[in-house]
Design a binder for this molecule. Sequence first.
Ligand code: PLP
Length: 402
Amino acid sequence: MTKHQGRHFLQIPGPSPVPDRVLRAMDMPVIDHRSAEFAELGKTVLAGSQKIFKTSGPVMIFPSSGTGAWEAAIVNTLSPGDHVLMVETGHFATLWRQMAARWGIEVDFMPGDWRHGVDPAAIEARLAGDASGSIKAVMVVHNETSTGVTSRVGEIRAAMDRVGHPALLMVDTISSLGSADYRHDEWKVDVSVSCSQKGFMLPPGLGFNAISEKARAAARTNKMPRSYWDWEEMLKPNANGFFPYTPATNLLYGLREAISMLLEEGLDAVFARHQRLAAATRAAVTHWGLEVLCLEPLEYSPVLTAVMMPPGHDADQFRKTVLDNYNMSLGAGLAKLAGKVFRIGHLGECNELTLMAALAGVEMGLSVAGVPHRAGGVAAAMTVLEERTRSNSLAHLKIVSG
Ligand code: PLP
């Protein structure tokens, strides 16, 4: 028996809340996945996904979580003993590194403080020192969900180009796709890895790989054993809208609807909304006198904000206070950040008023849990949102009146 009324506030940085439109779209009988009706669905979601990744190349959709899609990227492009360059941006970069190591990849893991993104200059220097081209791939996490830090993928690509290094660029866009600006083709990313439960606003269960010609060529010669994840096995039936095994049919119904929603709003508007909500959240946090974990303003995440607890206060205890009293889930600190930070997700199906309610829950929680803070963070966030609304209305008026 639930003691709460009203909707649960799922303000974790994924899974994100599933919009009613998507829930209704999935509420369908399962169809024959070898039928012409399915092929139409398959073709529509494969083509629609290309628009979200901003690529004209193939996008593959696996019935998997993001971790599966990580593995697909590794086993299709690399061979045991290959060297790759990765950067310790946080917990997820660390997990992807562990996975690569288990596949026999030699990882040069550039250390990080979990408060900054990837330094493009450091990548450039490391690649410049690799005249023999032994580094086969640069693998980075675009939006480090454990820290709320977004790396500048376009600048990383520019750094790679400056030294003319042939390494593949593989990017985890698991918590950025559909929320933060992401451009697979323009940034010449070779493998973009994503999944369904973040910016796509779907339940967990779909993993994505968007790939370049260069990545596909690497897959033709690499030596890693694979079966379920084999790109070519997937691409053959995908050409006609089918899958090599039973696909997650009802999640694909949801994906079709979610892609429509993103394109109806317009990707630029989606990205601007996330930036707006993130700016308002940071205004609240700063006003409370708490510290945002991300130290580089250029790398603030539009997807989530990780907040440091004052010394002597436990973030998990605080999250429990908020959950018990206000029916809201906040993200936990992961690995070495456990108990030290909480994370506010502001992605996907989130708008100004959703965010205001979430921030009110945080502010009341701080008060009830006895965490020292300055009251009025919600009002500070409102001011940011009001200012943005005014400048958007002005910009709109100028367009309308020419
Ligand atoms: N990479 C990032 C950046 C993530 O945020 C996550 C999950 O939150 C993963 C990888 C792992 O994805 P999954 O939990 O869907 O396997």
